[in-house]
Design a protein around this ligand. Structure first.
Ligand code: SF4
Length: 188
């Protein structure tokens, strides 16, 4: 919902904190989540995520959430789905070229980032979206990627993107994921 989306940008600092807490909780719960099986958790978690983030951020479930790097403004709401800043068509007042009634997603992103503790992450170049991850839970992916960063054990098939975008991997690990997908390479 557009009003909530703009609210989230205005409260980006608080959402940044909330996201950090959520990530820590999920990382802490990894022993339990692993026992249940990430594969089994995927559908219920994606269901919750779709509804919560859909309401708050107009989330499109790209599966590679970068809200913490984009001022809590979802880049997938850009009609051109640009992930690294605005196109050249921003209208006066910061409105979108394609949807003139909507503020440019990237104008909002810079606004949100300016309020955040780690808002400078917006300067890190993000890789293109991997469409095969669409619809999956970015929350679960984020915690798996953090655990991977601590414990290692990456999926050899997925190193190309992570190697090409090391800064993005560091600031928003889901944007260049390394862990095997549940049921595809060992992560159950
Ligand atoms: S970046 Fe992706 S996962 Fe995050 S809110 Fe946007 S569509 Fe949803």
């Amino acid at each position: 919902m557009y009003a909530f989306r703009r609210f989230a940008v205005r409260r980006s600092r608080q959402f940044e904190w909330l996201y950090q807490v959520l990530e820590r909780v999920l990382v802490g719960l990894d022993p339990i989540l692993s026992r249940i099986g990430y594969g089994r958790l995927e559908r219920p978690m994606a269901f919750v995520e779709r509804h919560v983030k859909g309401l708050m951020f107009d989330c499109r479930m790209c599966g590679q959430c970068v809200l913490s790097s984009t001022g809590m403004s979802c880049p997938m709401n850009c009609p051109k789905q640009l992930r690294n800043g605005p196109c050249g068509g921003v209208r006066p007042g910061g409105f979108c070229e394609v949807k003139p009634e909507m503020r440019c997603v990237w104008v909002e992103a810079w606004d949100g980032a300016s309020r955040m503790k780690h808002g400078d992450k917006i300067r890190v170049v993000l890789p293109p979206v991997d469409r095969t991850l669409e619809g999956s839970s970015a929350w679960l992916r984020a915690s798996r990627e953090r655990i991977q960063a601590i414990q290692g054990g990456d999926d050899a098939n997925r190193t190309a993107l992570a190697d090409a975008y090391p800064e993005a991997r560091e600031s928003a690990p889901t944007s260049a994921p390394l862990t095997a997908e549940p049921g595809k390479g060992g992560a159950s």
